[in-house]
Design a binder for this molecule. Sequence first.
Ligand code: AMP
Ligand code: MG
Length: 417
Amino acid sequence: MSFDGDDHPALSLEGARRAIDAAIEPIVATERVALKDGLARILAADLVAGVAVPAHDNAAMDGYAIHADVDAASPRTLHVVGKARAGFPYDGTVAADQCVRIFTGAMMPDDCDAVVPQEVVVADGDRISFDGLISTGQNRRLAGEDLVVGSIVLAKGRRLAPSDLGLAASIGEAFLTVFRRPRIAVFSTGDELRDLGQSLDVGSIRDSNRYTLIAMLSRLGAEVIDLGIVADDPDTLEATLLRTCGTAVAADAIVTSGGVSAGGADYTREVMHRLGGVSFWKLAVKPGRPMAFGRVTAEGRSALLFGLPGNPVAVMVVFYALVRDALLKLMGARVDPMPSITALCDVPIAKLPGRTEFVRGVAVRGDGVWTVRPTAAQGSGILRSMSEANCLIVLGHERGAVVAGEQVEAWPFQGLV
Ligand code: AMP
Ligand code: MG
């Protein structure tokens, strides 16, 4: 779907998501990585448990391993016949009037089915006694209660979290098969932009978007190629895009910011047009109206192109609302939606139906209920509002104004922004 020019209707966020989704083919190339290097990588094949975890029934507490006996007299007195600690099993037999001193993680002796915690026991030499009923299975962990042999431990498409790496280690996997990371090139466009270390002449500004984008892409798990600042010059832009797509850089995707609105110096638009395969969208999203999406082709290969708006907040909003899911799909990951909460909005928010609005908010949980209010500054150029906020309040396309006390959806972005 292409919406060139300003006289076309704006494309809804859902419409843009669908069009992008339809254009993306996941990466299929895989590689083996050491477990320690697996964080945020995407699993390329189901990981199946070749062993049970735990391998044996074992004690969940320090105490005494016994036969549970519902009919036993209380207090019950037992004779201690041995000791079991983690790594050192007790391999004798245990009669009904006997028990084994046991420590957390130790294998349960064959004849025992419960552990009496040491806190409830009165010990006297090699005799213990305790009151009350201990039933079968109490304080015992069962073999396979974490992982059963043959079960799928982690599914293909899983974006690996710290617990996943521990889980893989628990079944002895030293290496994992993951999808190749996508190569994503980033550059900023704008004659007014100056990089860190360059002098700021009158009218120029720092390029902040590239630093935000590089961080968001790195956190997602991409291999980022930083192409710096590209001037608002059609020939330079064209050459940069072609080189980035071609075998020299071989990017899977190019993410740019700026130059996609219909302003006089916005040559990105014109150049992307010339390269073909790129559509311009006027998104019905605030902030984040102008956006380009499509493919660049050069030297027999092609790269996805995400031309994001120039305004720093719009860059981040469009990234989370559209680009994140697109790149996760490209990476071969199962795409889970952004985490979402329902919160009571403290204050009214003006809104007209017909576009999706993302309002930077601060959400607080009190008494089990989330409440949220917008940050003071909401301009799409005010990046500080993203750092002050801990969520995006999402006001859907159809809805109108929010009245104070109304429920709204919010995307908490702890760990993302
Ligand atoms: P543009 O769409 O190129 O007209 O940019 C919209 C606004 O965002 C302008 O105020 C630009 O100066 C600003 N802007 C564009 N690129 C960047 C950048 N990389 N870092 C900070 N601000 C930017
Ligand atoms: Mg510009």
